[in-house]
Design a protein around this ligand. Structure first.
Ligand SMILES: NC(=O)c1ccc[n+]([C@@H]2O[C@H](COP(=O)([O-])OP(=O)(O)OC[C@H]3O[C@@H](n4cnc5c(N)ncnc54)[C@H](OP(=O)(O)O)[C@@H]3O)[C@@H](O)[C@H]2O)c1
Length: 431
């Protein structure tokens, strides 16, 4: 057994003692000796902060301060920011710590997706590191894989299920046939969804994570504004059942692709083939597929959230910082990150699943077919489902490969008809 090197202790300040912060403290207490040996120096908790000092947390608290930002000016070597939020106290703390030459580890994707480039520059100009493995896919070491592993060949695409809440909801909708709202309620009761689920189900959280993965994969500054975002609120049990009939499953994907030298970033529900790796990421799990060109395709899956997996990623970052591991934030010096040149995502071509809820009256189908044809959308197959008299009828079509803008144009025209009872649904089908 080797003992820690004579280097001084590595002093860790932890701000935020909730799900992730609590997990980090517990892991450092339980496995401190082994982790210190890995780091080559003793890891020591120098201070902690949260909102409520008296909250029962299941571990002893020492080095408490009620002023989280002060941890960024104290005597710690590293500040671990686990409060959350893209502004406010989290941003102040990270900026203060980096300016005071302290390494920073964070799980805060919202902060980095918005301010990543500025923070990376601040870290580098102060000669410290800013690490965020836990921010992208919880316990899956995808940041490390993209930043240090898959670097020899240009990456063509990164495609991921990056939000466990959405994946849980879609999985439950499929297995039980229940509607989105009902399953969301259950997910909230079980702690899989926040009281305000908007960021998750609306696709915003996936967009934060995708912006970070895009940056590392393609060498561009994170650009959240260049991500087109659609969530899962409009997915119905019908969509899921129809998908299954066609041999597909619906997943919320974050997709970043190289398209003729530009980058297309999208978050949207997509139909993936039931036998594909992504289709088999179930429940609250995450999965990421990386197309690394000649090096091949690589698939990573595992737990994307929760105390232990997320703390595992944070601990890995702390140990790497303590042992003087790689220092660039997004895999190359911040000054060499290119400005992201966004592709026109509406040019993206794929087969589409279309669903129309229409009144069961003569001529509706013919009029839909005409409007699709006028926009250049050709149909490969169609299913029409009868309902009880007086209820709208579902018409589902699968198109041949068509550009997104053509399908959108047709659906806008079709949706304007008073015979069409709900906004038509379009979902790309992954090849
Ligand atoms: N939960 C996950 O599975 C997961 C996965 C990946 C990434 N993340 C990210 O990790 C970060 C933390 O998430 P979490 O789930 O651990 O959140 P959480 O359970 O809500 O914990 C937040 C912590 O921040 C503390 N806090 C809030 N305001 C504060 C303030 N003004 N000063 C000091 N402390 C303050 C809270 O104090 P009290 O305890 O006293 O209320 C709490 O300990 C977020 O950025 C999140 O996006 C979470």
């Amino acid at each position: 057994m080797t003992s820690p090197s004579p280097k001084g202790a590595f002093r860790i300040a932890i701000a935020g003692l909730g799900t992730v912060g609590g997990g980090v403290v517990k892991a450092l207490v339980a496995r401190g000796d082994e982790l210190s040996r890995r780091a080559g120096r003793k890891l020591e908790i120098a201070g902690v902060s949260a909102r409520d000092k008296d909250k029962a947390r299941g571990f002893e608290i020492s080095g408490w301060t009620g002023d989280a930002v002060s941890l960024g000016k104290g005597d710690a070597d590293i500040v671990v920011e686990l409060i959350g939020g893209d502004e406010g106290i989290a941003r102040q703390l990270v900026e203060t710590a980096l300016s005071n030459k302290k390494h920073v580890v964070t799980a805060n994707k919202a902060l980095l997706a918005k301010h990543g480039l500025a923070l990376a520059k601040l870290a580098e100009s102060n000669g410290v590191t800013l690490k965020f493995e836990a921010a992208a896919a919880g316990g899956i070491p995808i940041v490390k894989a993209l930043r240090e592993g898959l670097i020899a060949q240009p990456i063509n695409a990164v495609k991921g299920i990056l939000n466990g809440t959405c994946n849980y909801i879609l999985t439950e909708m499929e297995s039980s046939g229940r509607a989105f709202a009902e399953v969301l309620k259950e997910a909230q009761a079980k702690g899989y969804a926040e009281a305000d689920p908007t960021l998750d189900v609306g696709g915003g959280d996936t967009a934060h994570k995708l912006a970070l993965l895009t940056s590392i994969a393609f060498g561009t500054a994170p650009d959240l504004n260049a991500v087109a975002v659609d969530g899962i609120e409009h997915i119905t049990p019908d969509d899921i059942a129809f998908a299954s009939e066609f041999g597909f499953r619906i997943k919320l994907l974050g997709v970043a692709k190289r398209v003729s030298g530009q980058i297309d970033q999208k978050v949207h529900p997509a139909m993936v083939r039931v036998r594909s790796a992504l289709a088999n990421v179930s429940g609250a799990a995450n999965g990421v597929l990386v197309d690394a060109g000649e090096a091949g395709s690589f698939f990573f899956s595992g737990r994307g959230a929760g105390e232990a997996p997320t703390a595992s990623a944070v601990i890995a970052d702390i140990v790497e910082a303590a042992s003087g591991g790689p220092s660039t934030v997004f895999g190359r010096p911040a000054d060499s990150l290119a400005r992201l040149d966004p592709a026109d995502g509406k040019q993206a071509v794929s087969p589409w699943y279309l669903r129309f809820e229409v009144l069961d009256v003569p001529g509706v189908l013919a009029s839909i077919a005409t409007q699709l044809a006028e926009a250049g959308v050709s149909i490969e197959s169609m299913i029409q489902r009868g309902r009880a008299p007086g209820e709208p009828v579902a018409i589902v079509m699968i198109t041949h490969e068509t550009a997104q803008h053509s399908v959108e144009r047709a659906l806008k025209a079709i949706g304007a008809s008073d015979k069409v009872r709900a906004k038509p649904c379009m979902i790309p089908m992954e090849s």
